[in-house]
Design a binder for this molecule. Structure first.
Ligand code: WT7
Length: 631
């Protein structure tokens, strides 16, 4: 890359451009926008279909769009089956390293065997097409097998991040009405065992629909198994019924592939629905073009499969594109802060995709942990989850990427399925900007009157058209989908992501962060209302308000304002107790950094908590318009 100091931009060198899968942006972008359906149909031709679609886009039931209507496809047919007929059969699909140093690899042939076995085990437990299986696992290959096994037989997976508490898990199992839960006896994290099975045991007590829990053995620690409900995967896998042959189910393009729960500004987490057809097309196209995927690439998406990043770009897209996935179980700094760099060197990783939080976290240990390793295999870097601050961008670029790897700062969401605003390797880069909309995506930044803002001014980010990765809806809640994403710009038919942004003279988009009551903490998405609800379940709390405040590593820290019931008084002990309470209700990621006791919260006359006033006060900023503030 070369740096133009006057413009503050980083330009790709000829070698990057020469090998890029996309050589030109503007013209191709224009034509993709003018005729998105033909653009996406052309991309869909890269996949194998049992039957081609009758209609590229069916918009007869807006905003529940149906892509590739009438088509028959299965994502696993594309992610595994088709590779078995080519030289890819013998190529590595997965390289996995456990935190404790265990290493396992699977060729595409072996992946197919493991997934087929898992699929037959699920079938033997009565799992049928359309059933929702909840997966709550550590980052081990079986987590990926379980996901693919569900998809293979047309069942739907709902992966719950292994860092969530039993409360959060049980809420998600209940909403999905899962009969079968897949878990493990634990996983390694920072040298300790993450006790997943006990959490499942506790969670399923309040889930009347759960009949079967399948447990994969990872740590061999003692776990409680209930007879007639709990089965060890290794026992089931050795039965004749778990044969290594399993037909892939021919699903409709618009059949559900998975549910993934994500936080919004109000109420409970929402189960976002993604489907086999449009999702496969969207993620494989974005992955191939943005990460410039080559057949020999070893691709590492350092996210947990429990989040959308893991679903789209750790599991499905790289497999569809026939790359080799690298997967790591544990903490980035275990046993030392060079763990990641050591693995990149050892396995010759070509592309690293991670979050600003992880970068900032590793940056604080200093550059020498990185530079002692030969990272010359790296060709491209990626960032996702929150805005990347230019300081972290430059460290990533110069220390990790040795000034030769472009950084793909990809903006997207659980709802969008895949990258929406992102550079391409051929584009000049501006640190901190996610650059431009991907092909087929029309993005804009608008003011309160829905008019485009002037360059440099802040406004609401909107998406003005429809794309195949867009979620098909929220599970069991049609109205919420409409209300959350489409109500505000009903007239225009735009999608509302809930982020604020700026757009500069060159058309580069700078995403600033959430403009609703969603908080990104270490890239994790949390709803302020969920944390507040968790606080209120503590006997001492009457009312609570939660706000994000800037944090050096985590991006945002959680600050909670709490009003106590009569008879309780503020103390250090109570503060710790409340923090731990939230952590056990929701999971450690939601643990507040700060609890502030107060006698009252600022509210509007209609009783709504004015979080922006709390935030402005905490930051010592102007409190803005207070005319609606109650006396
Ligand atoms: C929210 C979506 C999409 C995978 C991980 C997060 C923020 C995401 C960026 C980026 C600035 C970003 C937004 C968005 N976000 N990527 N590159 N630059 N902000 O998915 O958990 O659904 O969160 O993450 O605020 O709305 P998610």
């Amino acid at each position: 890359m070369t740096f133009d100091e006057r413009k503050g931009m980083y330009y790709p060198t000829d070698d990057i451009i020469d090998q890029a899968n996309v050589k030109e942006y503007e013209k191709r972008y224009q034509s993709s926008i003018e005729n998105p359906e033909s653009f996406w149909a052309e991309q869909a031709e890269n996949l194998v279909w049992y039957k081609k679609w009758d209609k590229v886009l069916d918009d007869s039931d807006k905003p529940f769009y149906k892509w590739f209507q009438g088509g028959k496809i299965n994502i696993v047919h594309n992610a595994i089956d088709r590779h078995l007929k080519t030289a890819n059969r013998n190529k590595l699909a997965i390289i996995w390293e456990g935190e404790n140093g265990d290493v396992t690899t699977f060729s595409y042939h072996a992946l197919n065997r493991e997934v087929s076995k898992f699929a037959n085990v699920l079938k033997s437990m009565g799992v049928k097409k359309g059933d929702i299986v909840t997966i709550y696992m550590p980052q081990i290959p079986e987590q990926v097998f379980a996901m693919l096994a569900c998809a293979k037989i047309g069942a739907v997976h709902s992966v719950v991040y292994g860092g969530f508490s039993h409360e959060a898990l049980s809420e998600r199992i209940r909403d999905a009405e899962s009969r079968v839960v897949v878990t493990a006896d634990g996983g390694y994290r920072r040298g300790k065992i993450n006790d997943l099975k006990s959490i499942v045991n506790e969670a399923v007590v309040r889930c009347p629909t759960v009949e079967v829990v399948i447990t994969v053995r990872r740590t061999r620690q003692e776990v409680y198994m209930e007879s007639d409900r709990d089965y060890w995967y290794h026992d089931l896998e050795s039965l004749p019924i778990a044969s290594i042959k399993c037909e892939t189910e021919e699903t409709d393009a618009n059949d559900m592939l998975f549910l993934l729960y994500t936080s919004g500004s109000t109420g409970k987490p929402k189960g976002m629905i993604h489907t086999h057809g449009g999702y496969s097309v969207y993620i494989s196209t974005t992955h191939r073009l943005v990460f410039d995927i080559k057949p020999e690439d070893r691709f590492w998406c350092a996210a947990d499969p429990g989040w959308i990043t893991g679903h789209s770009y750790m599991v499905y897209a790289p497999l569809i594109n026939g790359a080799t996935i690298f997967m790591y179980e544990g903490a980035p700094n275990h046993p030392y802060p060079n763990r990641w760099w050591r693995m990149i060197e050892k396995y010759g990783i070509n592309i690293l995709y991670t979050s600003p939080t992880a970068i900032r976290g590793l940056m604080r240990y200093g550059s020498s942990w990185v530079t002692r390793h030969d990272l010359s295999s790296l060709r491209l870097l990626g960032s996702v989850g929150e805005p990347i601050n230019p300081e972290a961008w430059r460290w990533y670029y110069s220390v990790v990427g040795n000034e030769k790897c472009p950084i793909m700062d990809t903006w997207w969401q659980t709802e969008t399925g895949g990258f929406m605003i992102t550079p391409l390797p051929i584009m000049p880069l501006k640190p901190g900007s996610a650059s431009k909309p991907f092909f087929g995506i029309e993005a804009g930044v608008v003011d309160e009157n829905h008019q485009p803002v002037k360059p440099g001014e802040e406004g609401a980010l909107v998406i003005k058209n429809i794309w195949p990765g867009l979620a098909a809806g929220i599970y069991k809640d049609r109205d919420k989908f409409i209300e959350t994403y489409w109500k505000k710009y009903e007239k225009e038919g735009w999608y509302l992501p809930g982020d604020s942004a700026r757009i500069d003279e060159d058309g580069y988009i700078w995403v600033l962060g959430r403009s609703d009551d969603v908080i990104k903490v270490s890239g994790y998405r949390l709803g302020t209302s969920e944390i507040e609800s968790a606080l209120i379940t503590h006997p001492s709390v009457v009312e609570a308000a939660v706000i994000p405040l800037p944090h050096n590593i985590k991006g945002n820290a959680i600050h909670a304002f709490v009003v106590l019931k009569d008879g309780y008084s503020a103390s250090r002990e109570l503060e710790t107790e409340l923090k731990n309470h939230v952590s056990s209700e929701m999971g450690p990621i939601a643990k507040p950094d700060e609890i502030l006791f107060t006698v009252a919260l600022p509210k509007t006359r209609s009783g709504k908590i004015m979080r922006r006033v709390l935030k402005a006060r905490a930051l010592g900023q102007d409190e803005g318009d207070l005319s609606t503030l109650e006396e």
